[in-house]
Design a protein around this ligand. Structure first.
Ligand code: RBF
Length: 333
């Protein structure tokens, strides 16, 4: 297993410096189910936990400082259960923090062998297990708002979502709400759905984008990790637009990106880390957070948004976001 004793120099120093006294030091492992590069949600997870640990440690003596290890386990999902089990088997981490809807099922397998292991999962839902606490983003809202702007910006009234793989949250929530958003924005908009087959293949991402372009699609939403690099290069070549998900993506390709919805995973990861370090984790709970709670945002102030999207459409988006945030508009199928 590849372990990243992550970038933060102070934490690395702490780790070696305190090895003798680990009984008193709270130990956190971050399990990255994939690779951090081009997966903003994972990058924000790692950064958020680092920030939480760093802030917590400021006024602690060495024997009380929290210690952190970050493991990036790669894209072979067949190995994840075994890697998570191996991590728990080390019996040194008081809590394992991760992010992705597939994690609770993997944790159940681990708990059969290591029933004391605690888990905190973001972007996942699991209620009622005393070893697990989850916080999930309202993907219906994120999907809907992204679909809405895609629909408004499509000149041909044809949009697409390019997904890395089929998974329940994608098939039952993100895609259906993206489609509904696009069609509520402009009735009759066609919404295509394509699958790359993994979270890294940029060549395949580009091929699929080329293919949907040929059918007249002129706005695409990539949710495919590293494969989104291929979606961007195809969009540039074919002069179509991209709606971005999970983070502010404008700077990645300002000439083709027309919108960004983002989750505030870095903030949430920092909060759950501190909460755990203070012994306040509500074990067994599963909370969903969205626009109202401030953990899903539609980026409406980026200079490239202002440049790429006409004022009338920006006004329509502001109205939509206001209605969702205030609770006036409940997003449902
Ligand atoms: N999102 C990523 O950005 N990168 C990944 O490598 C990644 N791998 C995933 C693997 C599985 C099995 C599942 C269910 C989801 C994965 N996601 C990944 C998607 C992520 O959880 C989330 O649904 C999307 O980022 C949209 O918010």
């Amino acid at each position: 297993m590849k372990k990243l004793f992550i970038t933060l120099f102070t934490i690395a120093v702490l780790f070696t410096g305190c090895a003798q006294k680990k009984i008193k030091n709270p130990m956190i492992a971050v399990f990255i189910p994939g690779i951090i590069a081009d997966s903003p949600t994972y990058e924000k997870l790692a950064n958020g936990v680092i920030n939480g640990v760093t802030n917590y440690n400021i006024d602690k003596t060495d024997d009380k400082k929290a210690l952190l290890s970050i493991m990036e386990v790669g894209t072979n999902q067949a190995e994840w259960a075994q890697k998570l089990t191996a991590l728990a088997a080390e019996r040194k981490y008081d809590v394992i923090i991760s992010s992705n809807p597939s994690l609770p099922d993997l944790a159940f397998q681990v708990l059969e062998q290591f029933p004391d292991q605690k888990f905190i999962f973001l972007d996942a839902t699991c209620e009622g297990n005393p070893n697990i606490m989850t916080k999930c983003y309202d993907q219906a809202q994120q999907g809907y708002v992204t679909g809405y702007i895609a629909g408004l910006m499509s000149k041909n009234h044809k949009v697409a979502l390019i997904s890395a793989q089929d998974y329940p949250v994608m098939n039952n929530i993100i895609f259906p709400f993206y489609k509904k958003g696009a069609q509520d924005a402009v009735a009759g908009t066609s919404v295509d759905y394509r699958v790359v087959g993994n979270w890294y293949d940029a060549t395949k991402g580009a091929e699929i984008t080329d293919a949907v372009c040929k059918t007249g699609v002129d706005v695409v939403l990539p949710i495919c990790g590293g494969a989104s690099q291929g979606v961007i290069s195809s969009a540039r070549n074919n002069k179509i637009k991209i709606a971005w998900f999970d983070s502010n993506g404008f700077s990645k390709a300002p000439e083709v990106i027309i919108s960004s919805t983002q989750n505030l995973q870095e903030k949430l990861a920092e909060e759950v880390t501190i909460e755990w370090l203070e012994g306040k984790t509500p074990w067994g709970s599963a909370q969903t957070v969205g626009m109202k709670e401030g953990y899903i945002q539609f980026v409406n102030d980026d200079p490239f948004y202002l440049r790429n999207v006409p004022a009338k459409i920006r006004e329509q988006m502001d109205t939509l976001v206001e209605k969702i945030t205030s609770g006036e508009l409940e997003i449902k199928l």
